[in-house]
Every structure is written in structure tokens, then in C-alpha cells.
Design a protein around this ligand. Structure first.
Ligand SMILES: [Zn+2]
Length: 266
């Protein structure tokens, strides 16, 4: 689709939503986000701090930014994160994430980070929140499409994801837009994989070692085995692109007694 047409389509979408209502919704959402984090909202939502956030996300003024939050073009969490930047810097040093599994306790090589919201561009549109769908966890190299959600910005799926609403409905079709990977973005994307194999001594250890040899960080792992000694390991790994993913999968497949390695779609 030509980008001008797409741009006007999204603008129309924005217009449909009432601006004042969105400004109010946006303000409340940010307050809620701060409260949930146990932060004194009035203290951290001053005009000064809001203006700083405006600059960071390239909005013209505070109302523009709040209404984008209300519409879902950007998340309250993103703004709240910016507002409380200083506070978090002090807290970050003391937090460590511990991950447990039924089979073994594993310490993540890297603390789990929020999913990056950049790395994907919608042609010709600025300030539009792009989210990665949790169902199919796209990584750079995957074919992707965007879907304009109600109140939650653009959701990016792998183009073969079964959760993309299809059908001939005009309204549904109008919500699908072209998106593409931005070049030169170095980021880690969470990918869920499932490994099956014969549960023998050291099976999980060797699988974990294969992952770490491929210089890949694990953010979560869990495993179980049934009475037939069939092991099922579920792992969330941090991946740069499809080539990287492919190399990890190959490495795991080479572990003795591994039957299958799959990337999971929910
Ligand atoms: Zn999906």
C-alpha cells in the first residue's frame, strides 16, 4: 500500500477517537502506572517532567502526548518510565531476577528486559506505538505485518500468524497495514522455544550449555518429564534476528537425545 494512503488511513483512525477524552484517559493511565509502581504520581508528573518526556518522544506538547497515550499510540508505561528515569537509576543496581525451574535452578545471564518497542517502522508515521504480538514473537528477518488495534496502537505479527484477524470484512481489512524492520537496530527479542528429548542424566544441563555456547541469553526456563522419560523443556531466549535463532536451534538439535526443537506460537 502506498505510504500516503496508509498515513491518511491512520490519521482518520486517530480523528475518530475524541481528543479531549484521550488526553484525560492518557493522564489517568500514567497516574495509574506510577501508582502501581508505588510512586507518588503528583511529584513525578510535573509539567517540567512531562515536557522532558514530550521532547524525548518528539511530541509537540503535553496534550499531544497524553492523547497519544489515551489512544494507545504510545503506552503509559513508556511515559512513566521516562518520568521516573532518575528514580529507577538508583533502584536498578539492587535488583536481580532469580529464575526457578522444576528441574534445576538457572540464573538468567541477563535480567529480563521489557520487549523493545522499536525495530519496526510504519512507513511515514511517527510516534506510533508498535507492539510485538505475544502470540508469535516476531524477530528481525521474519515477514511481518501490522494490525491497528482498538486503543492499543499497532500490533506486529509474523505474517503467518494464525491470530491475525482475516476474513473479507472491510473494517478488519482496513486495519492491516504494512510495516517493516528498521535497519541497523541492534536489539534482543524474546522468543519462546520448546525442546523435547529423552530425559537422562544431565539432559537439561547439556541443552543449557548448548544455548550458552551459542552466546545466547536465557530469560526463563522450565522443564518437566513424564513417566516415559520424555523431557519437555520450555525456554525463553533473547534473539537478535532469524539467523541467530536458526544457529541456536541447530546447536540444541546437536545435543544427544534431543528429539525436536520448535519455536512456539500461542
Ligand atoms: Zn501473532
Amino acid at each position: 500500500m502506498p505510504s500516503l494512503l496508509m498515513r491518511s488511513k491512520i490519521k482518520q483512525w486517530f480523528k475518530k477517537e475524541k481528543r479531549e477524552e484521550n488526553v484525560e484517559k492518557g493522564r489517568e493511565a500514567i497516574e495509574r502506572e506510577l501508582k502501581r509502581a508505588g510512586i507518588d504520581a503528583p511529584l513525578w508528573m510535573t509539567d517540567d517532567k512531562l515536557m522532558e518526556a514530550c521532547k524525548k518522544f518528539a511530541f509537540n506538547d503535553i496534550d499531544d502526548m497524553l492523547s497519544a497515550v489515551g489512544f494507545g499510540g504510545i503506552t503509559a508505561a513508556q511515559i512513566a518510565t521516562k518520568l521516573t528515569e532518575k528514580l529507577r537509576k538508583e533502584q536498578e543496581e539492587s535488583s536481580i531476577t532469580e529464575l526457578t525451574s522444576e528441574v534445576k535452578e538457572v540464573k538468567a545471564a541477563e535480567e529480563r528486559k521489557p520487549r523493545p518497542t522499536n525495530g519496526v517502522v510504519v512507513k511515514g508515521i511517527d510516534n506510533l506505538l508498535v507492539r510485538f504480538a505475544r502470540c508469535c514473537n516476531p524477530v528481525p528477518g521474519d515477514d511481518i505485518i501490522g494490525y491497528i488495534t482498538r486503543g492499543r496502537g499497532v500490533s506486529v505479527h509474523r505474517s503467518d500468524c494464525p491470530n491475525i484477524p482475516s476474513g473479507t470484512d472491510d473494517e478488519e481489512a482496513a486495519r492491516v497495514i504494512d510495516v517493516e524492520w528498521e535497519h541497523a537496530i541492534e536489539a534482543n527479542y524474546s522468543v519462546d522455544i520448546e525442546i523435547t528429548g529423552h530425559d537422562r542424566r544431565n539432559f537439561l544441563n547439556e541443552v543449557l550449555q548448548a544455548v550458552s555456547e551459542s552466546k545466547t541469553n536465557i530469560s526463563a526456563v522450565s522443564g518437566r518429564s513424564d513417566k516415559n522419560k520424555m523431557a519437555l523443556v520450555h525456554m525463553t531466549i533473547l534473539i537478535r534476528n532469524t539467523d541467530h535463532l536458526q544457529s541456536v536451534v541447530e546447536k540444541i538439535k546437536r545435543v544427544k537425545d534431543v528429539y525436536t526443537v520448535h519455536r512456539i506460537m500461542q
